[in-house]
Design a protein around this ligand. Structure first.
Ligand code: PHE
Length: 358
């Protein structure tokens, strides 16, 4: 644009064109960003209007005030239009943002998967509580055990045939995975140093070289019991086990003791409870005998007392060991011991509802 050749009228037309064009572009700007580009294009440092201002100086004097006035007028108009458009676009943008951020509070939430306690943990605690109620305390021992504690000090010397009752996983000559919880008897007696009463139960995992099937597992859970005090008799054992069986399986439960053999108890017994499924009349679960074998027990052998710091002339005691899986299977009607170890949630979740379902 060469100003010197333009007449005032032509400049006037030029301004009108600029105004029209700017107006259109402002209306067309559909984002704040493109609106800002339009603003810079017209009002920026090198913008159209700014450049026109610079022409003022080169105009004939008499044209300047008028033209200047018109330019300012136009600037004012553009500013107002830009502001309006800006307000509008800003509002639109906010609307869109709020729309995008809308949360449907009526949608159902994502429930976190709720963990639960393993049925074996539930039943171990239940059994613990029964014995705690009778004044026992809970002891623990290591899974990796000395041969002397697992066998020798329980009256099972090396090469004794009784070792074959419990095929073992040896770690070294002297160390193995405990085959029963009875070594905790030894540990407790040694720790008590001949003092009475000893009154403990001990839950724990035990290991045997067994082939896994529906009723056998190379790794399972036992709870050991041991009571030593002056004058403890077989009838105390029987009364204790009857109380336990009734609390766990119901008040009508009966028990019976059958003669058995364990190197660390004398006499020894296998203890049966009346079948909790049929109440003793005979069913599939108890193989039509009416009885279920649930634990081994007996009077602590004098050799065991003697070997672990107690005088069998002064004190006597009883011990028992029960298989937790077997008890859980009977109590809940579980037909395969392997369910306990497979972590199948369909199995596990039956034992979870609230904190305690069973
Ligand atoms: N420890 C024996 C077993 O695992 C069970 C038992 C414990 C028997 C205590 C008598 C006394 O077979």
């Amino acid at each position: 644009m060469d100003e010197r050749q333009l007449s005032f009228d032509e400049l006037q037309t030029e301004l009108t064109n600029v105004e029209k064009e700017a107006k259109r572009r402002i209306q067309d700007a559909d984002t704040l960003k493109s609106l800002e580009d339009v603003r810079i294009n017209y009002l920026g440092k090198k913008g159209v209007l700014t450049q026109m201002m610079q022409l003022l100086g080169k105009m004939p004097k008499d044209m300047r005030p008028k033209f200047g006035e018109r330019l300012n007028e136009l600037r004012g108009k553009l500013e107002a239009m830009l502001q309006d458009r800006h307000a509008f676009l800003f509002q639109e943008q906010e609307k869109a943002r709020l729309q995008a951020e809308t949360i449907d509070v009526t949608l159902p939430g994502k429930m976190p998967a709720r963990g639960g306690r393993h049925p074996l943990s539930i039943i171990v605690e239940e059994i613990e509580n029964i014995f705690i109620g009778m004044g026992y305390t809970v002891q623990e021992g290591p899974d990796v055990e000395w041969d002397t504690y697992n066998f020798e000090r329980l009256n099972i010397p090396k090469h004794h045939p009784a070792r074959e009752m419990q095929d073992s996983f040896y770690i070294t000559e002297e160390m193995l995975l405990r085959t029963h919880t009875s070594p905790v008897q030894v540990r407790t007696m040694l720790q008590m140093g001949g003092k009475t009463p000893v009154k403990i139960i001990c839950p724990g995992t035990v290991y045997r070289r067994d082939t896994d099937d529906a009723t056998h597992s190379h790794m399972f859970t036992q709870i050991e019991g041991l009571l030593i005090a002056p004058g403890i008799r077989m009838s105390d054992l029987k009364g204790t086990l009857l109380t336990f069986a009734r609390r766990l399986f119901g008040e009508e439960t009966k028990i019976r003791l059958r003669p058995s053999f364990f190197p660390f108890t004398e006499p020894s017994a296998e203890v049966d409870v009346t079948c909790s499924q049929c109440g003793g009349s005979g069913c599939r679960v108890c193989k039509w005998t009416g009885w279920l074998e649930v634990l081994g027990a007996g009077m602590v052998h004098p050799n065991v007392l003697r070997q672990n710091g107690y005088d069998p002339e002064e004190v006597s005691g009883f011990a028992f060991g029960l298989g937790v899986e077997r008890i859980a299977m009977i109590k809940y009607g579980i037909d395969d011991i392997r369910h306990f170890y497979q972590g199948d949630r369909r199995f596990l979740k039956q034992f979870v509802a609230g904190d305690r379902f069973l």
